[in-house]
Design a binder for this molecule. Structure first.
Ligand SMILES: *[C@@H]1O[C@H](CO)[C@@H](O)[C@H](O)[C@H]1NC(C)=O
Length: 146
């Protein structure tokens, strides 16, 4: 019985932690996708953004008061950037919001770069402006070998 309980607890843990990407693994993927310096933002800016938006949870979905949803590691909004076929969408990134979920981060990075390229840059993410902008951020890369 004890063994069974331990297994149940650890199995649940495995399923849940699958949503979370390791900080340095994420740093490596972002580096490969050439975000470092893109539109003047550094790799630590991107890591801080992902942390404050999703806690590195690649599967995060959050409903907003206006009925739109935010998807994935960068919490990209369905009203403007992707279409989830639940409410009106401008769909500027020309993608299904569900492409922004799960372990393949390329769609999220591609769409986030598009957002960063618009007026306001990363200030388009309120959490980035509140918690990352103008702060020392180099510690986000501590221990990562890129
Ligand atoms: C990640 O987000 C999903 C969807 O919002 C949620 O169900 C899941 O519990 C989250 N995972 C963790 C480890 O917080």
């Amino acid at each position: 019985m004890k063994v069974l309980l331990v297994c149940m607890a650890s199995c649940l843990l495995v399923v849940r932690s699958g949503d979370i990407i390791n900080r340095c693994v994420l740093a490596k993927i972002l580096h490969q996708e050439d975000v470092d310096g893109f539109e003047g933002y550094s790799l630590p800016d991107w890591l801080c953004l992902a942390f404050v938006e999703s806690n590195f949870n690649m599967s995060k979905v959050n409903e907003n008061v206006d009925g739109s949803f935010d998807y994935g590691i960068f919490q990209i909004n369905s009203h403007y950037w992707c279409n989830d076929y639940q409410s009106h969408s401008e769909n500027f990134c020309r993608m299904n919001c569900h492409e922004l979920l799960g372990p393949n981060l390329l769609s999220s990075i591609h769409c986030a770069k598009k957002i960063v390229s618009t007026a306001g840059g990363m200030k388009n993410w309120v959490e980035w402006r509140l918690h990352c902008s103008g702060r020392p951020l180099s510690h986000w890369l501590t221990g990562c070998h890129l």
